[in-house]
Design a protein around this ligand. Structure first.
Ligand code: CP
Ligand code: NVA
Length: 304
């Protein structure tokens, strides 16, 4: 039984399917106006070292809807590892709160919070992984396409934290994923090897756009320069330009393929307006599901 959500690789296939089922059930319940309060009387501290719209609002709203109370700690406030060490922050927080949600630069910071705090820790994005995003996206893909096992998802762009979490997901739940990226921007080699070893579906990396996108049921992209890589923006714009998701690239996928993006999007760079605003785009459904997927995680880890 998992105590924290640091990486989807730490969960079993059943754990992930259970979270997805709970997320779907809670989404339905919310739409029917039914409430449940498994976090009644509980508090959750939320550490944000990086900016956020979706993650912050969906966690805070989710905690509120589940009857709990969320406390946001901005990076300037606690100065993670600077004003105080990460283990000491963990040892303080565990005395007061029932769970910790953390978005940090270093992945080790979230791992350390989990190691030193006795309460559950939820990874809200690190430089390495973004598991909550992929849970919400998987829920979305199921809603639009049904069974994942027969699908091919083409992740076009940087083999970054979101891509790595998709690889971890596919190591546990059958899904074929092809990362289509420029040379040198492949996903973390350890995570790639792990996914290729464990996955029931195919995990492929190619630099060839036509080969990679052809026949895909979903085309996913993300920013070319992630938070913390702003200095590389100009160079990355040049390198990633051929990998822009535009109408021509989407035409390589199946005619009814969906377009996915974790957001925020840099329109005109990794994706064009016509694709973002097309009927194929399900980007705001993904954003909506952040609420439901994370409520499932909060219920499972922190709920009574
Ligand atoms: N997708 C996502 O995590 O969005 P935010 O950075 O706005 O939280
Ligand atoms: N890869 C992006 C995801 C943002 C939600 C980043 O880390 O900035």
């Amino acid at each position: 039984m998992y105590q924290d959500l640091i990486s989807l690789a730490d969960l079993t296939t059943n754990d992930i399917l259970e979270l997805l089922a709970l997320a779907a059930e809670q989404k339905r319940a919310l739409r029917e106006g039914k409430t449940s309060r498994p976090l009644e009387g509980k508090t959750v501290a939320m550490i944000f070292e990086k900016p956020s719209l979706r993650t912050r609002v969906t966690f805070e709203t989710g905690i509120f809807q589940l009857g709990g109370h969320g406390i946001v700690l901005e990076s300037g406030q606690i100065k993670l590892g600077e004003r105080e060490s990460v283990p000491d922050i963990a040892r303080n927080l565990e005395r007061w709160v029932d769970g910790i949600v953390a978005r940090t630069f270093s992945h080790e910071a979230v791992e350390d919070l989990a190691r030193y705090a006795s309460v559950p820790v939820i990874n809200a994005l690190t430089d390495k992984l973004h598991p909550c995003q992929v849970l919400a996206d998987a829920q979305c893909l199921i809603e639009h396409k049904g069974d994942l096992g027969s699908l091919k998802l083409a992740f076009v762009g940087d083999g970054n934290n979101v891509c790595a979490s998709w690889f971890n997901f596919a190591a546990r739940v059958p899904l074929n994923i092809t990362l289509v990226c420029p040379p040198g921007y492949e996903a973390d080699p350890e995570i790639t090897a792990f996914a290729q070893r464990e996955a029931k579906g195919e995990i492929v990396i190619t630099h060839d756009i036509e080969v990679g996108v052809k026949g895909s049921h979903a085309v996913y992209t993300d920013v070319w320069a992630s938070m913390g890589q702003e200095d590389e923006s100009k160079e990355r714009q040049r390198i990633f330009a051929p990998y822009q998701v535009n109408a021509k690239l989407m035409a390589l996928a199946k005619p009814d393929a969906v377009f996915m993006h974790c957001l925020p999007a840099k329109r005109g760079l990794e994706v064009t307006d016509d694709v973002m605003d097309s009927k194929q785009s399900i980007v705001f459904d993904e954003a909506e599901n952040r609420l439901h997927a994370q409520k499932a995680v909060l219920t499972k880890l922190i709920g009574k």
